[in-house]
Every structure is written in structure tokens, then in C-alpha cells.
Design a protein around this ligand. Structure first.
Ligand code: CNA
Length: 246
């Protein structure tokens, strides 16, 4: 069987699917990834783009992050879920997908209508003061961004979206591990599998694994015997073909 046939077979014969999505899931919606050919890490206008999501750097100087974040919020507000976000929703409605663990912070799975999303790296909707931990809604943060260069709390602390930066603990790791363990199929989409601990998750796979990713990927934590499909291809091109056969 080729990759298309194997994928269709596995989708039809699995009952408990977990998806692990990464930034490559959203590039067709116009949101840059980190490590792809047009990724944020290739941007010539930002010195050391890795610092954007570095918590220690943010505490010293949040300007770099907020310059990026203002632009990012506009991009994600205008972004429309891709063909594959919609296809995953269909599988979720059929009761096959039990969980979508996403490394993404763009809320596109939720925008598509998915209700089984676990945001392992958090998201942009909730915001907290890094000093007193007071909560700020997305709307309040956006208002503040109009008049304040760096949004601040009444206590003087800087407000930070609830995105997991490098140097911070990821969310719901135990729940994500359990989902991956309990699944009969893990589908990994658009992730270079280089950001830990999310990259460790494939090593917990209880069932078979499908990977669709165009470009370099680390197989370090992918158990070879469980990897049924590795498709080095554009996610939407692949799933458009799958949907015709499924
Ligand atoms: P990554 O390391 O940037 O890897 C993305 C992978 O996807 C690369 O191998 C790309 O070549 C590949 N890719 C890009 N477009 C496609 C496509 N259309 N079809 C198939 N493959 C494609 O991103 P990871 O998610 O692995 O790294 C984790 C980081 C990136 C997480 O912490 C995210 O929060 C962070 N991030 C998220 C977003 C977002 O929310 N959309 C954007 C940028 C970065």
C-alpha cells in the first residue's frame, strides 16, 4: 500500500485518534512557522528571533515580543482555518478524533470548530500580569495595546499572554501523554519535532503513527516500529487527496 492508501485504511480502522499539530499546520493560512523556509527564524529584520519567546529575555525587555505580537494578532485575526483544520473537524464529529494536542497559539483549530483541543503551549486569549498574576481578557489587552507601548498591570508589572515561552512549563503534559498512550493512532502534522517536551510525545504512542510534514524533522522520539506513514509533503495537498478517498 502507498501512503495515501495506508492513511485512508488507518483513518477508517481507528477509533481513538490523537492529533499532534505544529506550526506547519497553519502556514497555508498565512501564519509563519519557526523553522520552515519562510519561518520566523529566517527573518532578516529581527536580530535573534529565538529571543521573541524567551521568558528570561521577555522579563528583561518585552519590546521585541510586543513588536512581534501586535503583528501576530492581526495575522491570526484575519486567518481562515485550512482545508486540513476542517478535515480534522469532520473526523472529530465522526467521533474518531478524541484529542488535538496543538503546539500552536493561533486558535485555528478552535476557529474551525474543534472542541477537543489541548493547547500544550497555551494561547493568546488569556493574559496575566507577570508580577501579581492578575487576569486580563483578550479584549482588554487589545485596548491596552492601542495606547500602551508595553501593556502594564495596575501594580506596574508587565502583562504577558498565556503563551508558553522557552523557559516555562508546558500545559497539561500528563493529560497529553495519556491521550497519546490511549490512542490507536497518532497523527503528527506540520511539526519539526524539535521543541521539547512536545517532541517527546510520539515516544508514548500506544498505537500507530502517521507523520505529514514537509521539510526537516527529528525522528529521535518517534518509535520506528510504530511509524506507518511518513509523508514529506504539504499537509493540505495530502489531505485533499485523502478526503477524496476516505
Ligand atoms: P516548527 O519547528 O516551525 O516546524 C514546522 C514544520 O512544519 C517545519 O518542518 C516545516 O517545514 C513544516 N511545514 C511548514 N508548512 C508546512 C505545510 N504546509 N505542510 C507540511 N509541513 C509544513 O514548528 P513546531 O510547531 O514544530 O515548533 C513548535 C513551536 C512553534 C511551538 O512552540 C509553536 O508555538 C510555535 N509557533 C506556532 C505558530 C502558530 O501558532 N501557528 C507559529 C509559529 C511558531
Amino acid at each position: 500500500m502507498n501512503n495515501l492508501e495506508k492513511t485512508v485504511y488507518l483513518l477508517k480502522n481507528s477509533k481513538n485518534i490523537t492529533v499532534l499539530s505544529g506550526a506547519g499546520m497553519s502556514t497555508n493560512a498565512g501564519i509563519a512557522d519557526f523553522r520552515g523556509p519562510n519561518g520566523i527564524y529566517t527573518r532578516a529584520d529581527i536580530d535573534y528571533p529565538e529571543r521573541i519567546f524567551d521568558f528570561e529575555y521577555f522579563k528583561k525587555d518585552p519590546h521585541l515580543f510586543y513588536k512581534f505580537h501586535r503583528e501576530f494578532l492581526k495575522t491570526i485575526e484575519n486567518a481562515v482555518p485550512t482545508f486540513t483544520h476542517e478535515f480534522l473537524l469532520k473526523l472529530e464529529k465522526e467521533g474518531k478524533i478524541k484529542s488535538i494536542i496543538t503546539q500552536n497559539i493561533d486558535s485555528l483549530h478552535q476557529k474551525a470548530g474543534s472542541e477537543k483541543v489541548l493547547e500544550i503551549h497555551g494561547g493568546v486569549i488569556n493574559n496575566y500580569c507577570i508580577e501579581c498574576h492578575k487576569f486580563f481578557s483578550y479584549e482588554v489587552l487589545k485596548e491596552k495595546l492601542k495606547s500602551e507601548d508595553i501593556p502594564k498591570c495596575d501594580c506596574g508589572g508587565v502583562i504577558k499572554p498565556d503563551i508558553v515561552f522557552f523557559g516555562e512549563m508546558v500545559k497539561s503534559l500528563d493529560q497529553c501523554q495519556k491521550q497519546v498512550q490511549d490512542s490507536d493512532l497518532l497523527i503528527i502534522l506540520g511539526s519539526s519535532l524539535t521543541v521539547t517536551p512536545a517532541a517527546f510525545l510520539p515516544s508514548y504512542a500506544g498505537g500507530k503513527i502517521i507523520i505529514v510534514n514537509k521539510g526537516d524533522i527529528s525522528f529521535f522520539y518517534v518509535p520506528e516500529k510504530k511509524l506507518e506513514v511518513y509523508e514529506n509533503n504539504d499537509i493540505d495537498s495530502f489531505f485533499k487527496k485523502i478526503s477524496n478517498l476516505y
